[in-house]
Design a protein around this ligand. Structure first.
Ligand code: C5P
Length: 137
């Protein structure tokens, strides 16, 4: 089994509450323009945590430490499983190196994007877990 690992980065929003980082895909055409948790494929022999830390360095130019996995996993293909981990930002400010754009969203903004079909379909599996994390005060 190969893995694609995506990162859920949270931060405190000025004025209260939390927000989640989403990245807008630029390829392939089926998902270009849609928002996702940034990440990518694990290399051979690479742990999921190491792959996430490498991918977010490459894609966002940040140093993160991978934390616990989210519960939901999504079978993308017979041999490819999409997983997500919470990630802690330790250095840098995210910038869109490979994506079209980045946004930080609260629970209501995440729900609004989902409602208009603006999330990468597979990533909607994490909506309940992400919403709970964003709603915690
Ligand atoms: O980002 P990358 O192209 O390496 O992702 C590999 C596969 O995983 C693609 O099919 C992509 O659509 C999918 N993916 C996803 N959700 C993410 C990250 C990747 O469905 N958050």
């Amino acid at each position: 089994m190969r893995y694609v690992v995506a990162g859920a980065l949270l931060r405190e929003r000025a004025g209260g509450g939390r927000e989640l980082l989403l990245a807008q895909r630029s390829y392939p055409p089926e998902v270009a323009g849609l928002w996702e948790l940034p990440g990518g494929k694990c290399g051979p022999g690479e742990t999921r945590a190491a792959a996430l830390e490498r991918e977010l360095d490459e894609e966002l130019d940040v140093r993160v430490v991978a934390g616990a996995p989210l519960t939901e996993q999504v079978r993308l293909r017979e041999d490819l499983l999409l997983v997500a981990h919470w990630a802690e930002l330790v250095a840098g400010t995210p910038r869109a190196v490979e994506h079209q754009d980045l946004i930080w969203v609260d629970a209501a903004e995440l729900a609004a994007l989902a409602a208009r079909g603006a999330l990468v379909p597979a990533d909607t599996a994490w909506l309940p877990e992400l919403t709970v994390a964003l709603d915690v005060r």
